[in-house]
Each structure stands twice: as structure tokens, then as C-alpha cells.
Design a protein around this ligand. Structure first.
Ligand code: HEC
Length: 100
């Protein structure tokens, strides 16, 4: 049941222009990031670093480095290239508040 509720909530929040930062981050994270950075079992079958509960400033600076390409990763450079400063702040705020 939880698996169903999460995407539905994300859809609702994604269409609510007034939604708080965390919900905006959650919507994006669910749509894009969680395909690789799964929240529930971050490292079970993954070369993907877990993001839940990480330091917010660390996540922000990592994403900005990927966007500037000062930190190299074919996957993350491509993904972060389209993020705005607001997007980065939103997803960092969201992931930093998740329990790892
Ligand atoms: C196609 C798979 C994929 C998707 C989708 C993806 N990532 Fe990543 N991410 C990776 C990989 C692989 C790495 C490790 C890259 C490296 O070695 O630097 C990574 C690394 C990161 C890191 C650095 C973590 C650390 O420990 O330093 C952050 C932050 C991050 N991703 C955030 C995001 C966010 C936010 C999104 C959604 C906008 C996202 N990723 C979507 C594959 C993905």
C-alpha cells in the first residue's frame, strides 16, 4: 500500500504550485532520482550512493559540481545539467530529511 500512496502524493504535490520546498524536492526525487538512488534500500543492489539523511549542504554542493562538471560522472553530469538552483535546493532539502 505504501508503494501506491507515495507516487500519488507526489503527483498531487507536483501539481500544487504553492507546495513547500520539501514537497517539490520529493516530487522530483520520486520522478527522477529514486530510479537510481532508491530510498528504501539505498545500497542493496547498487553502485549508486545513498542520499537519504545526508548533509544538505553536501548534497547541494555535489549537485552543483555535477552541473558545472567540476565533478565527473557521465550519468550525474547529464542529469544535473538541467537542474536549476531551486531544484537543487529542493532535492537536497528533501533527501537530507529522509531517514537513511
Ligand atoms: C541513472 C541513474 C541515476 C539517476 C537517475 C540519478 N543519479 Fe545521482 N548518482 C548516480 C551515480 C552512478 C552516482 C555516483 C557518481 C560518482 O561516482 O560521482 C550518483 C551520485 C550522486 C550524488 C553524489 C553522492 C555522493 O555520495 O557524493 C548526488 C548528490 C546525486 N547523485 C544526486 C542525484 C539527484 C538529486 C538525482 C535526481 C535529480 C539523481 N542523483 C539521479 C546515478 C544516478
Amino acid at each position: 500500500m505504501k508503494k501506491l500512496i507515495f507516487p500519488i502524493l507526489c503527483l498531487v504535490f507536483a501539481h500544487n504550485a504553492g507546495a513547500a520546498v520539501i514537497y517539490a524536492g520529493q516530487a522530483r526525487a520520486a520522478a527522477v532520482c529514486s530510479q537510481c538512488h532508491g530510498i528504501k534500500n539505498p545500497s542493496a543492489d547498487a553502485p549508486f550512493p545513498p542520499l537519504a539523511g545526508r548533509d544538505e549542504d553536501y548534497l547541494k554542493s555535489a549537485l552543483k559540481q555535477y552541473r558545472d562538471k567540476t565533478r565527473k560522472s557521465d550519468i550525474m553530469n547529464a542529469l544535473a545539467g538541467s537542474l536549476t538552483d531551486d531544484d537543487i535546493a529542493n532535492v537536497a532539502a528533501y533527501y537530507a530529511r529522509q531517514k537513511p
